[in-house]
Design a protein. Structure first.
Length: 100
């Protein structure tokens, strides 16, 4: 059985998660502008830490296109749209995003 946690710890965790969610929403909005409407539902921003943005793609052909041919183009476009949150490295990960 785990020990009870103090309310301050819960609040700290909630604020930390809210900050990460807000950062992800900025990158998601940027991808909405960069990717086509057909591509966007297949991509989900997983997070960004220390300038490394990770995007999960649920389609193998789209993953190959984005990671092989458009990685630098997308990274540069994100940096133009979000100059205060620069992306030094863009990584695509093949997996299921849960989107239909």
């Amino acid at each position: 059985m785990t020990e009870p946690r103090q309310a301050g710890e819960f609040l700290r965790d909630i604020l930390h998660q809210a900050g990460r969610s807000k950062a992800r929403s900025g990158y998601s909005s940027a991808l909405d502008e960069i990717l086509s409407p057909a591509q966007r539902p297949h991509c989900q921003v997983l997070g960004c830490r220390a300038g490394k943005l990770v995007v999960e793609v649920d389609s193998a052909p789209l993953y190959a296109e984005l990671s092989g041919f458009r990685r630098d183009e997308i990274r540069l476009a994100i940096n133009q749209l979000l100059p205060g949150q620069p992306v030094a490295q863009l990584t695509f990960r093949l997996g299921g995003t849960g989107h239909v």
